[in-house]
Design a protein around this ligand. Sequence first.
Ligand code: SF4
Length: 157
Amino acid sequence: MAKRKSHMQWSWVIIVLFFTLSIVDIRFGILGFACMAAPMYHALKGRGKIHCSSYCPRGSFLGKFLSKISFQNTLPKWMRSKQFKNVLLLMMITLFSFSLYHAGWNYRNISFAVFRFMLASFIIGILIGIFFKPRSWCQICPMGHATGLIKGALEKE
Ligand code: SF4
């Protein structure tokens, strides 16, 4: 696979723009779907975790802004276990499905549900990045984990 140029130096701008636009007009919240779909898209295309290493706006933000304030602790081993990541992924899918179900087919409600989900995981990612190493969230991130699972499944084929 050809090596792709990394955009991690600047891609944090996208997540800041996303939150700003969504606060101005919640209908922009729907764009959060793109953030969730992008890692899956690359993984399904056989590009593995390229989204995490070269594009992810969230990963870029955590890496760029938390290094000065982070306590730089190592994430506990149990949090890095496969079981923990599986539970977190399952929890995320369940919670997100419930919130979409409750949003009905209303565009604004769906946008708000996506925005709320993005914001909650962003805040958790920042808190984890402060207590532990800046990009510790990436070690447990459900999207990153799902990407790894797709990658593993494709490699087995
Ligand atoms: S693990 Fe999650 S937050 Fe980290 S770079 Fe990958 S998709 Fe982004």
